[in-house]
Ligand binder design. Sequence first.
Ligand SMILES: NC(=O)C1=CN([C@@H]2O[C@H](COP(=O)(O)OP(=O)(O)OC[C@H]3O[C@@H](n4cnc5c(N)ncnc54)[C@H](OP(=O)(O)O)[C@@H]3O)[C@@H](O)[C@H]2O)C=CC1
Ligand SMILES: O=C(O)CCC(=O)C(=O)O
Length: 488
Amino acid sequence: MAIELGKTYLNYIDGGWGPSRSGNTAASLNPANINEIVGYVQLSTKEDLDRAVASAKDASKSWRRLAGSARGELLIKAAAVLESRLEEIAETMTREMGKTFAEAKGETARGIAILRYYAGEGMRRIGDVIPSTDSEALMLTTRVPLGVVGVISPWNFPVAIPVWKMAPALIYGNTVVLKPAQETAVTAAKLVECFAEAGLPAGVVNLVTGSGALVGQGLAEHPDVNGITFTGSNQVGKRVAQAALARGAKYQLEMGGKNPIIIAADADLDLAVDATISGGLRSSGQKCTATSRVIIVNEVYEAFKKRLLAKLEGITIGNGMDAGTWMGPCANEQQLTTVLSYIQQGLEEGAELMFGSISRAEGPQLTKGYFVKPAVFGNVSSRMRIAQEEIFGPVLALIRAESFEEAIALANDTEFGLSASVFTQNIGNMLTFIQDLDAGLVRVNSETAGVELQAPFGGTKQSSSHSREQGQAAIEFFTSIKTVFIKG
Ligand SMILES: NC(=O)C1=CN([C@@H]2O[C@H](COP(=O)(O)OP(=O)(O)OC[C@H]3O[C@@H](n4cnc5c(N)ncnc54)[C@H](OP(=O)(O)O)[C@@H]3O)[C@@H](O)[C@H]2O)C=CC1
Ligand SMILES: O=C(O)CCC(=O)C(=O)O
């Protein structure tokens, strides 16, 4: 089914769809063809945000009193609506931010699975009985919702990330105000339509689109927002945290990565090449878990490099809606400019550009979009900027290590600590890697990208606020523990 392009999407506040009080909208463009307007979204004001927060605050009084199983029923219904619109919402995602249709469908299916997973959480244990020193008393813990949760989400996973924040927020009894990335606000509006159609009470889920500096910052600073969950860049994440901390609100941040893959001397090189390409270049490298540093032990450096370069020749670049496309465009002009400037930077630092170009990708189908070829640098040393800074694009830096021990040290030589992977068949290497790698996700014989919804997700160092999202770990952020002491 072809989606309707050029429609105007509204805010969703207190159970109703409406325009911003500003009267202004912004066009959301297709990065594969900037002449295509996917839709128009509201440029909201502080007043719109205040109304959304007030409605979430009001709705939280009855939502928190509903049984977890009843909240779960509504998440199951939202999952069913999302499932019935999977292809349409995935197509909107591809058109709005460029990832291939296959990846967008996979992500939307992941959103459905997350909703179903958290629906079940509504019937699981939320506390413990702890023996009191008073033998006549009962002491236990229970958990209570935070109240109103502000969700600030990025454009790179426009369905999965909002859902993995909203579903646990809702099941544990919080109400939500979502401020999605402006880049993918049409996809976000369609996602919120699924919650609305599922019959969530008015005010339980609200959508306010608009500028990050105004609506996002406004959410972080709002006195009636009790918790803020954020995924995006480090710079913005820190500002969000400071605003939340200043007024005593709870916050959670998932931010950047500079994720290494280590290729040991005994690695299966074909599998390692496939994992490097998939982890580093799918979604044009625009994942916080994307591989960007490829650390190769000396003995296999040349063999690995040769196989990698040969395989890259087969990558097809184009519009994500075309079945033959493996890699779509960068999500926006800023992303393209950043990627090209880092390629230039790599050359200036003395690295060897073995694949790719300092100019945008050329071809008859590529002139209207933000396309760039994958870039692979050799002769990279760990202190170069291309080996240290998050590029968020299809750029791989090959770094040579004299030994496995040096490879581990190089992998840790970063301010980030989100995901890391190793290719080896040696159990000792695997154990050393698992023990010594300073990252929240450590993956053996598998790519750095990709997370499972039932497992904790988050990073160390500058990659996160050290909290974890997803799986049962989500309960820690979205609830507070209350210790109860009862004496008859
Ligand atoms: N870890 C990850 O998954 C992601 C990392 N990034 C990194 O960030 C870089 C820039 O991407 P970008 O999209 O600009 O990421 P941002 O961190 O700017 O955006 C993430 C979210 O925060 C919002 N936002 C922006 N400014 C503020 C603010 N002052 N207060 C509160 N919220 C705000 C954005 O809204 P709006 O869209 O309106 O600006 C968006 O919803 C990328 O190149 C990449 O390095 C980006 C996306 C995801
Ligand atoms: O790798 C994934 O599936 C998740 C990545 C992610 O959370 C992100 O890029 O923000």
